[in-house]
Design a protein around this ligand. Structure first.
Ligand code: GDP
Length: 309
């Protein structure tokens, strides 16, 4: 990828896509294109093909997807499988037909089997039953990963894919009904501090372990893979480090400056006890994360105060 290469970031306004655009700009790339949902409906095959024919991007980051928390995944499985398959089918096939030099497809660590050995190696994909609550999303994403693999195998297309762990950072979803734990707790602790509340409710027992990667690191890892990887198998992107939800809550509490108590609500689900990626493949390729968790939480809290409130 050259600095003047034409790069299309699908999903450029989302948490993931916007971080990829920032990273590419920092690296001096000046010919980045994106389309909002209103400008280009990626579910519409004809429009997608017209876009690729007219714009002729050389590199594609496929970061557009229908995403949502456990609740949305549970209620709208038909929409999750259909929309994600449509988006990725249209973009991957158009990229192939209109001779894109390289494409990176983004999966997600939640599509590994429910009962995976830990830490999760790339080869564990499809080795067991999926988590029932996000089966529709997982099936679509697994198809996308496999599609890249098969276009490479059959036609020699340079299509690769990666599997990011739990992400956080600017532009995250801070809506308490649909958000993940990191933005939820940042918001809860902030509001408790401002309103002088005595405690903050933390869901579950606090014992589950999770790995968190700042989106800027994820974007850097994606751009690294674009320049340095052309294998058939997807590559995990994470830190390889995990922390309990209790430790996370205490860290956020300290950063926000809340002085009250934590109250664990055991009526809320814990989810899977542990979800850690094995990142040795990416390490061997020459990339590791940079943003330390505390620094990442501080900057995300700053972004939240500046942009969300
Ligand atoms: P998961 O990684 O797919 O399980 O998704 P989440 O990020 O939503 O939840 C991770 C863990 O954080 C679970 O054990 C939740 O019970 C716990 N948790 C604690 N407080 C909250 C909260 O306010 N919101 C969410 N979403 N999770 C919370």
């Amino acid at each position: 990828m050259e600095r003047n290469s034409k790069i299309y970031v699908a999903g450029h306004r989302g948490l993931v896509g916007s971080a990829i655009v920032r990273n590419l700009k920092e690296k001096g790339c000046s010919n980045i294109i994106g389309r909002t949902h209103e400008e280009l409906d990626l579910k519409d095959q004809k429009s997608v093909r017209n876009f690729f024919r007219e714009e002729k991007p050389e590199y594609v980051f496929l970061a557009a997807a229908k995403v949502g928390g456990i609740n949305a995944n549970n209620i709208y499985p038909a929409d999750f499988i259909y929309e994600n398959l449509e988006i990725q089918n249209n973009v991957i096939k158009a990229a192939f037909d209109y001779k894109v030099k390289k494409l990176l497809f983004l999966g997600s660590s939640c599509i590994y089997p429910k009962m995976c050995p830990q830490p999760i190696k790339e080869k564990y994909l499809l080795s067991g039953y999926l988590e029932a609550t996000n089966e529709a999303y997982a099936l679509a994403k697994i198809s996308g990963l496999k599609m890249c693999q098969f276009f490479k195998r059959q036609y020699g297309a340079d299509f690769i894919s990666c599997m990011p762990t739990n992400l956080y950072g600017p532009k995250d979803n801070f809506d308490l009904n649909s958000s993940h734990v990191m933005p939820a707790l940042i918001r809860k602790f902030h509001e408790a501090k401002v309103n002088n509340k005595e405690f903050v409710e933390v869901w579950g027992t606090g014992t589950p372990l999770r790995e968190f990667l700042h989106v800027d690191d994820m974007a850097d890892g994606c751009v690294f893979l674009m320049g340095n990887y052309d294998g058939e198998e997807h590559v995990n992107i994470g830190t390889g480090k995990e922390i309990t939800i209790r430790e996370l809550a205490e860290t956020i509490k300290e950063i926000v400056g809340f002085t009250g108590e934590l109250k664990f609500n055991k009526d809320k689900p814990d989810g899977t006890p542990r979800k850690l990626l094995d990142v040795s493949k990416l390490k061997e390729l020459g990339w590791t994360y940079k943003v330390q968790l505390k620094d990442g939480i501080k900057s995300t809290y700053h972004w939240f105060k500046e942009n969300y409130l």
